[in-house]
Design a protein around this ligand. Structure first.
Ligand code: ZN
Length: 376
């Protein structure tokens, strides 16, 4: 990797010495300006929310920290690329409302996706004044729909929390867990049992809910089910995850889908982001395989249940990830940074109302569109 970089820079220097233009007419050796002033971005890339049909149920898959680079990695390292099965594709801006910042965290972006508003980094379903804002999961509850959250992080982590809790700062996971225990969310699957003191599990049981420690335990679709399968986030796929995202998703859908009012389920593939922070292609590859399985499962389900809308998007990209050719047909994965980038991310959708996601939009527009469907 280092060798190829050296070769490239040597070639650039010698071209500059020899002449200032490449055979393609590009100027080489010119002074590059790599810091540019950002502008105030209006949120006026709106989607036409007048869908032809309204879905009965919604499965909203959020792949944390997943941009074009991560999808490219999956595409070129696997026989199967499930996102290609979606009928509609668009592109999404993810910036927060936080000074001049263009890079969001998962809380601000989670809130944009769950409630359709821009807020500051760290905010869990509260606005810039720290006032709670209604989330689509709460709208679904009001309509008598079944609701669920599935994540491979702690269930109190920023993305799932943005759907089921309201708090001024994402790191208050004890309080977020208390709010999730107090809520009426029908299914909670993920990690994070260390933030649930035993009294929270007791509270769930006392209110007729079920607490499980194994995804294969018999579960009752007439009561709440809480399953936290790790003290922290689940084990990364490449290190042997204890319960697969697709198993949690399948079980959640089984539990939720016998409600005649429909259901709302958010599934987060949480750790593509962590692979990006770790600058680890191996980590990302495992998580992307897991995402691929979930997408295939949900789209198979959608084929049999055409009233369900399935949407896949990301809260942001992580790592500035790119895939390029290394030596001898080996792919070389490089990372520009070890945190989130401001890169635009894709959105994919299939089912009633999916056509509104064809185009260029802001992440708040996704929240508004899905909320609009749930209100109808
Ligand atoms: Zn992150």
């Amino acid at each position: 990797m280092k060798n190829s970089k050296t070769l490239i820079s040597l070639a650039a220097i010698s071209l500059f010495i020899m002449c200032s233009y490449t055979p393609a007419g590009l100027v080489t050796g010119e002074k590059k300006v790599n810091s540019l002033k950002g502008i105030e971005v209006p949120t006026n890339y709106t989607i036409d929310k007048n869908a032809i049909e309204i879905p009965e149920s919604i499965i909203f898959i959020i792949s944390d920290g997943t941009g074009i680079g991560q999808y490219t990695l999956q595409y070129y390292t696997s026989e199967d690329f499930a996102p290609a099965r979606f009928d509609h594709v668009g592109l999404v801006t993810t910036h927060p409302k936080d000074g001049q910042k263009k890079v969001t965290d998962s809380a601000a972006s989670g809130t944009a996706l769950s409630a359709g508003i821009k807020t500051y980094n760290g905010a869990i379903a509260v606005d810039t004044e720290k006032k709670p804002v209604k989330t689509m999961l709460e709208v679904a509850e009001d309509k008598g729909m079944s609701t669920g959250l599935v994540a491979t992080s702690t269930i109190s982590h920023a993305t799932p929390a943005s759907f089921g809790a309201h708090i001024d700062y994402r790191k208050k996971e004890d309080e977020i867990s208390q709010q999730l225990a107090d809520s009426e969310i029908d299914v909670l699957f993920g990690g994070g049992s260390k933030y649930w003191q035993e009294n929270l599990f007791d509270q769930v049981r006392e209110n007729g809910g079920q607490v499980v420690s194994d995804i294969n335990e018999p579960m009752n679709s007439n009561s709440r089910v809480v399953g936290l399968f790790h003290e922290e986030g689940l084990t990364p796929v490449y290190k042997g995850r204890e319960v697969q995202t697709v198993e949690m998703a399948k079980k959640a859908i089984d539990l939720l889908d016998d409600n005649s009012n429909g259901f709302f389920l958010m599934i987060e593939e949480s750790q593509v982001d962590w692979g990006g922070h770790a600058n680890s292609a191996e980590y990302i590859q495992g998580e992307m395989r897991s995402l691929n399985q979930v997408v295939n499962y949900c789209l198979d389900y959608q084929e049999k249940h055409p009233n369900v809308l399935v949407v896949l998007t990301s809260d942001h990209e992580t790592g500035g990830t790119i895939v390029h050719d290394g030596d001898d047909g080996i792919l070389d994965i490089e990372f520009a940074i070890s945190h989130h980038s401001a890169s635009i991310v894709p959105i994919w959708a299939t089912g009633p109302g999916a056509e509104v996601f064809d185009g260029f939009m802001d992440n708040t527009e996704i929240g508004k569109a899905l909320m609009g469907y749930l209100k109808k």
